[in-house]
Design a protein around this ligand. Structure first.
Ligand code: GAP
Length: 457
């Protein structure tokens, strides 16, 4: 048997950094928190927005075969009958007869309670959907559910999208939004929570072409994480065994990531066949077929579904970016975020609080803020300020000093290499645009050179 590869990141350190620096807080912390619900702080919300933006860009903006949608969270209750969630979206649970803790059957290694070793009950099914009531009367007829996945909003809008966009097969619908599951076991920080966000694509294809599109999406989605900086060795594809397949799936692979607690699902890619369109046509009485101009036949498209979690992606990007090294002989913590994901792209650090210097630094700050999220920090030594920015993953720091007033140049320092150069202020936007876009460009002034943090410039 192969040994599980240990992750290099310690979850406790990561959780502490996230809380200390304003990435993620326990929800309603002043009341003691709410189990498995999380609030994203000023840096966390930027990270999450950047992840969603990178996904949207890759799957909607840069493609001509996928369009976006934002369906409502509350849907007609029949949706969940048709989808199978009312009948099938249940986790088998066992309860310990001694300590009464409940456990998912999937999570158990043996047949006794992992907490106290007590005897366990037979498994019972527990529906994971949150129920609420629509309107003023709390009665069975007004029950609605918080959606447990965004997918159904896209299936029920299939005809609307087809009619309004004139898309032909193969084409997809993409959606980002909140989903809710009354999970039994939560934990591992934001890995499994009861309120979370999904980024899902429903890609409609002609039956018979589904296998090749399935393979296409496996590769496409795996590479998306790699392009955004996740190390290949921390990702793997895992095929679902037949008994693991969800009720709608003909085939499914997970993209697993090596989280601190071990390998676990980051994204699922399923071949849903025609299950969803057939079911919704049956329950709604509306025809949800597609007229194939080539064969002059009505067909029910098959659906390939890459379904990712925003929060799980955020956790994976945080884990993968986390690093500790030495700077000038002192330990430093840093997040090697890809520039597209870094919450703050640039920090402006004036060397003194003297009026003239502050005026210039603030002017650069205001100017760059038109393009990116920029931080301004004038407290404590420059070394301390660099460390603060490294710890939140800011790719570039700009130091404004007295010489800047004379030569209209500033020092720009790169997070990972700690390399520094002096650069004309008027070249900042061009250089930063190129660097943040992944290019190697530095517009050095005549005689300019590169030096390391700690060396003199
Ligand atoms: N529409 C298919 C679907 O929802 P899923 O495997 O149940 O499939 C897809 O969920 C993705 O949503 C997962 O890979 C994960 O990233 C995220 N996800 C699911 N449940 C979650 C939870 N309780 N907390 C955080 N993320 C979750």
């Amino acid at each position: 048997m192969t040994k599980p590869t240990p992750s290099k990141v310690d979850m406790e350190k990561l959780v502490s950094l996230c809380q200390r620096r304003g990435f993620i807080f326990p929800s309603s912390g002043i009341y003691g928190g709410l189990s498995s619900c999380w609030d994203y702080g000023p840096l966390g919300v930027e990270l999450k927005r950047n992840i969603k933006q990178a996904w949207w860009r890759a799957v909607v903006q840069e493609r001509d075969d996928i369009v976006g949608l934002d369906a409502s969270i509350l849907m007609h209750p029949q949706t969940w009958e048709a989808s199978g969630h009312l009948q099938g979206f249940s986790d088998p649970l066992v309860e310990c007869k001694s300590c009464h803790l409940r456990w998912r059957v999937d999570d158990l290694a043996g047949d006794s309670c992992p907490a106290c070793g007590g005897e366990l009950t037979e498994p019972h099914l527990f529906n994971l959907m949150f129920k609420t009531f629509m309107g003023p009367i709390e009665e069975e007829a007004s029950v609605v559910y918080l959606r447990p996945e965004t997918a159904q909003g896209m299936f029920v809008n299939f005809e609307n999208v087809l009619d309004t966009t004139r898309k032909r097969l193969p084409f997809g619908i993409a959606q980002i939004g909140k989903a809710f599951r009354n999970e039994i076991t939560t934990g591992n920080f934001i890995f499994r929570s009861r309120e979370f966000e999904q980024m899902e694509i429903e890609f409609f294809v002609k039956p018979g072409t589904d296998k090749e599109w399935f393979d296409y999406w496996l590769e496409e989605r795996f590479n998306w994480y790699v392009k955004l900086g996740i190390k290949k060795e921390n990702l793997k594809l895992r095929q679902h065994m037949k008994r693991e397949l969800a009720h709608y799936a003909r085939a499914c692979y997970d993209i697993d990531y090596l989280f601190p607690m071990g390998w676990a699902e980051l994204e699922g890619i399923a071949n849903r066949g025609d299950f969803d369109l057939v079911q919704h046509a049956k329950y709604s009485g509306k025809s949800l077929d597609y007229f194939d101009e080539e064969t002059k036949e009505h067909i029910i498209p098959y659906i390939i579904e890459p379904s990712a979690g925003v929060d799980r992606s955020a956790l994976a990007f945080l884990c993968d970016a986390y690093d500790e090294d030495l700077a000038e002989g002192e330990p430093r913590v840093l997040l090697h975020f890809h520039p597209a994901l870094a919450p703050i792209k640039v920090a402006i650090l004036p060397l003194s609080r003297r009026e003239k210097l502050v005026a210039l630094a603030k002017q650069i700050y205001a100017d760059l803020r038109q393009c990116w999220m920029v931080d301004y920090d004038d407290a404590q030594s420059i070394g301390r300020r660099y460390r603060r920015q490294d710890e939140i993953g800011t790719p570039f720091c700009i130091t404004v000093d007295f010489q800047s007033l004379e030569d209209e140049q500033v020092t720009i320092r790169e997070r990972d290499t700690m390399n520094q150069i002096r650069l004309p202020i008027k070249e900042l936007k061009t250089t930063l645009t190129a660097k943040l876009g992944g290019e190697d460009l530095f517009v050095l002034p005549p005689g300019g050179r590169i030096w390391k943090e700690g060396e003199s410039g």
